[in-house]
Design a protein around this ligand. Structure first.
Ligand code: UT7
Length: 404
C-alpha cells in the first residue's frame, strides 16, 4: 500500500523545505580536456559561458544512482528515514531508460517500499515543475513528505564533435524534501510556470521516441544526441527568466529588491547577468556555480541550493527565488520563504556517496561512455583526439566493471 491519499489527516498549515542535498561525480572534465576534442578554447568557453569545468559520471553510475545519493542526503537533512517518503518525483531529461521511470529506480536505491514514484519531463525547468507538483500533494493533504530529485547524466547524450553543445553540459543531482507543517507561513509564496511549444525544436533529442524510434539509421545520423539552436535559446532564456521570476515575485506580493537570493538555472553566466540587469539588481543577489559544473539541466537549481546553504548564503526567514528555463520551451519560478535551520545539513555528513540499482540478470548494457569522451578520460595527458580516430558505436575501452 502506498503512503499517499490518507486525506483524513487534513491539509497542513504550510508546506516547507525540510531537507535538501546534492551529489556531483568526482571526475572533472576541464575546458582544456575539451580543447582536445573540438575546435574550441578555454578562453572562448570561459568568456562566452562562464564555465571552467564540469563533472562526468563514472561508468557504473547512472542518472538514478546520482539522484539517489542526492535524495539520501536530502532525507537525512530532513531528519527522516527513506520509508517516511510518500511520493518520489524525479525530474530528468536523461533517464536511465525510457521506461521504467528513473523515479522507480531511485525508490529502490534509497530503500523505500511504499512511495508512489514517477518522472517529470520538463527539461531544465524540471526541478521547479517537480517542486510545484510536490507542494501540491503536501498542500492538499494527500501526502506528508514528498521527495523531489533533479538528476542528469548529460555527458552520455552529447555529440563530442559538436562544439556548440558538448562544452556546455555536465552531470549531477540535487534534491529537496517538502513536508507539511503545523506552523503557518514559510515555503512557496508565488509560482509561475509556462510552456511555449514554438520553442519545441530549439533544444531536442530526435531519436528514441514514437516519431523516430532508435535504429541503426538514427544512430548513424547522430540523432541520439542533444541538438540546440544556441542563439535562439539564449534570446528566449534572457527574456523568460526575468519575466518568470518577476511574475512569481509579484504573485508572492513581493518586489525584486526584497529577494535575498535568486537561485537560477545555471545555463550561461551571461544569461544570469542579463537577468540581474533586467531586474536592476546586483549580480551578488544571484547564486552562481556554473564555473564548476556547467549546465546540469534539471539538477542545477538543487545543486545550487545545497551549495548556497552550505556557504551561509541562506538564513531562516530569507526570501528566495528558484528560476529556470529549458527545452519545450518551459520556464518556471518559485518565490519561497526559507524556514529550515541551515545546520540541519550536517545530518547528511554520514551519507556515503554510493548508490546502486539492480540490473536485469540476463542483460548488461553496452559501454555507456561515448567513445570520444572515453579517449580523453582514459588518457588525460594525451594528444588531441582526431575526428576519425574512433568509429561511432565502437567503444574504445570496456567500462562495464562495478567499483570494488
Ligand atoms: O538549459 C538550456 C540550454 N541551453 C542554453 O541555455 C544555451 C543558451 N545559449 C548560449 O548559452 C549561447 O548561445 C552559446 C554559449 C551556446 C553560444 O554562445 P554565443 O555567444 O551565442 O555564440 P554563437 O552561437 O553566436 O557563435 C559565435 C561564434 C560562431 O562562429 P562565427 O560564425 O562567428 O565564426 C560559432 O561557430 O562562436 C563559434 N562557436 C565556438 N567557438 C569556439 C560556437 N561554439 C564554439 C566553441 N568554441 N565551443
Amino acid at each position: 500500500m502506498s503512503g499517499i491519499g490518507k486525506v483524513t489527516a487534513g491539509a497542513p498549515r504550510s508546506v516547507r523545505v525540510s531537507g535538501w542535498g546534492s551529489y556531483v561525480p568526482e571526475r572533472v572534465l576541464s575546458n582544456a580536456d575539451l580543447e582536445r576534442l573540438v575546435d574550441t578554447s578555454d578562453e572562448w568557453i570561459r568568456t562566452r559561458t562562464g564555465i571552467r569545468e564540469r563533472r562526468v559520471a563514472a561508468p557504473h553510475e547512472t542518472t538514478a544512482t546520482l539522484g539517489a545519493i542526492a535524495a539520501k542526503r536530502a532525507i537525512a537533512t530532513a531528519g527522516l528515514e527513506p520509508e517516511d517518503i510518500d511520493v518520489i518525483v524525479v525530474a530528468t531529461l536523461t533517464p536511465d531508460y525510457p521506461m521504467p521511470s528513473t523515479a522507480a529506480l531511485v525508490k529502490e536505491a534509497i530503500g523505500n517500499s511504499s512511495a508512489a514514484a514517477f518522472d517529470i519531463a520538463a527539461a531544465c525547468s524540471g526541478f521547479v515543475f517537480g517542486y510545484a507538483t510536490a507542494d501540491s500533494y503536501v498542500r492538499s493533504g494527500l501526502a506528508r513528505h514528498v521527495l523531489v530529485v533533479g538528476a542528469e547524466l548529460l555527458t552520455r547524450f552529447l555529440d563530442f564533435e559538436d562544439r556548440g553543445t558538448c562544452i556546455l553540459f555536465g552531470d549531477g543531482a540535487g534534491a529537496v524534501v517538502l513536508s507539511g507543517s503545523d506552523e503557518p507561513g514559510g515555503g512557496m509564496a508565488g509560482l509561475e510556470m509556462t510552456t511555449d511549444p514554438d520553442g519545441a525544436y530549439m533544444i531536442w533529442l530526435p531519436s528514441g521516441g514514437s516519431r523516430s524510434p532508435a535504429s541503426a539509421e538514427t544512430a548513424r545520423r547522430g540523432e541520439h544526441f542533444i541538438r540546440m539552436e544556441g542563439r535562439e535559446t539564449y534570446r528566449y532564456a534572457t527574456r523568460t527568466l526575468a519575466t518568470s521570476a518577476l511574475t512569481a515575485i509579484e504573485k508572492a506580493g513581493w518586489t525584486p529588491d526584497q529577494v535575498d537570493l535568486f537561485i537560477p538555472h545555471q545555463a550561461n553566466i551571461r544569461i544570469i547577468e542579463a537577468v540581474a540587469k533586467g531586474l536592476r539588481l546586483p549580480l551578488d543577489r544571484f547564486f552562481v556555480n556554473i564555473d564548476r559544473y556547467g549546465n546540469t539541466s534539471a539538477a542545477s537549481v538543487g545543486i545550487a541550493l545545497d551549495e548556497a546553504v552550505a556557504e551561509g548564503r541562506v538564513k531562516v526567514g530569507d526570501k528566495l527565488v528558484f528560476v529556470a528555463f529549458g527545452a519545450g520551451f518551459t520556464s518556471g519560478a518559485i518565490a519561497l520563504e526559507w524556514t529550515a535551520d541551515p545546520t540541519d545539513r550536517l545530518r547528511a555528513a554520514s551519507v556515503e556517496p554510493v548508490a546502486s540499482v539492480r540490473a536485469p540478470l540476463d542483460w548488461s548494457s553496452v559501454d555507456p561512455i561515448p567513445p570520444r569522451l572515453a579517449a580523453v578520460l582514459d588518457d588525460p595527458n594525451g594528444p588531441p583526439v582526431p575526428l576519425d580516430d574512433v568509429v561511432p558505436g565502437e567503444p574504445a575501452h570496456a567500462h562495464t566493471e562495478e567499483p570494488s
